[in-house]
Ligand binder design. Structure first.
Ligand code: URA
Length: 239
């Protein structure tokens, strides 16, 4: 592993600043100052030192939360609203992978792994997200077709979506919608464009993960297999 990446992953600083520390002669590997870029190290074997302290890699954390409404998908909030990280009892610094609106519930990942977060969020990797959505009014077959084909929003045409009607009530419709994009308030804007304001929105799937088994407000660590499957899903899209 490159030394600069190691220092950044250990939480010391950004990769760019790590390079500056290295070229500035501030970093020792096995007791020797190294200044070369790139320097490669073996994280399990080599001892990295900065200002007399051993720098160790942080354990990577991957958590799946069933986000309740009323919590902001952020580490802190200038308006003092409760944040999703406050729901997770952990000392490590973690942050949400993307955002769900304040009033949206459901599957939200939290991690301290920046590479993983980028992989999950980058539009190129097209991770599928499924939402259960309750909207005002009765959604017609023609509207389902329009939602599936793409709706013109102010930031452009939406990519094809998969829609499934779960139930039609007297004046409301419950549906599933699977999208691959992550635009701001996308699902709400798609339905609003057809005059069906969203009453309740819940993310039920993210890639290969399903929210089943987690009550609102509950969270759990992902298994190693679950993390690997998500990474594979994203990487398949690049091939
Ligand atoms: N689409 C929305 O409109 N809101 C969300 O929170 C997520 C997707």
């Amino acid at each position: 592993m490159r030394l600069a990446k190691y220092l950044a992953n250990a939480g010391l600083c950004s990769r760019r600043n790590a390079e500056l520390l290295i070229t500035g002669g501030k970093i020792k590997v096995n007791g020797q100052v190294v200044r070369e870029l790139p320097t490669t190290i073996k994280p399990d074997i080599d001892i990295v030192n900065y200002e007399g302290k051993i720098i160790r890699l942080k354990e990577k954390i991957y958590i799946m939360l069933n986000k309740p409404a009323g919590y902001i998908s952020s580490v802190s909030d200038s308006k003092g609203r409760p944040t999703v990280v406050e729901l997770v009892d952990i000392d490590e610094r973690i942050y949400p992978v993307g955002r769900l609106d304040l009033d949206t519930e459901g599957l939200l990942l939290l991690t301290n792994d920046g590479d993983f977060s980028n992989l999950m969020l980058h539009p190129r990797y097209e991770i599928a997200k499924t939402y259960e959505v309750l909207v005002k009014g009765l959604v017609t077959d023609n509207e389902i077709r329009r939602l599936s084909d793409g709706i013109l929003l102010e930031d452009g045409l939406t990519a094809p979506a998969k829609i499934n009607i779960i139930k039609k009530y007297k004046t409301e419709t419950l549906l599933n919608i699977e999208i691959h994009e992550g635009r701001k308030r996308q699902v709400k804007r798609m339905f609003l464009a057809l005059n069906h304001p969203v009453i309740k929105l819940t993310r039920v799937r993210f890639g290969s993960l399903n929210i089943k088994g987690l009550k609102v407000g509950e969270y759990r660590d992902l298994t190693e297999g679950e993390v690997k499957r998500l990474i594979n899903l994203a990487q398949l899209k690049t091939e």
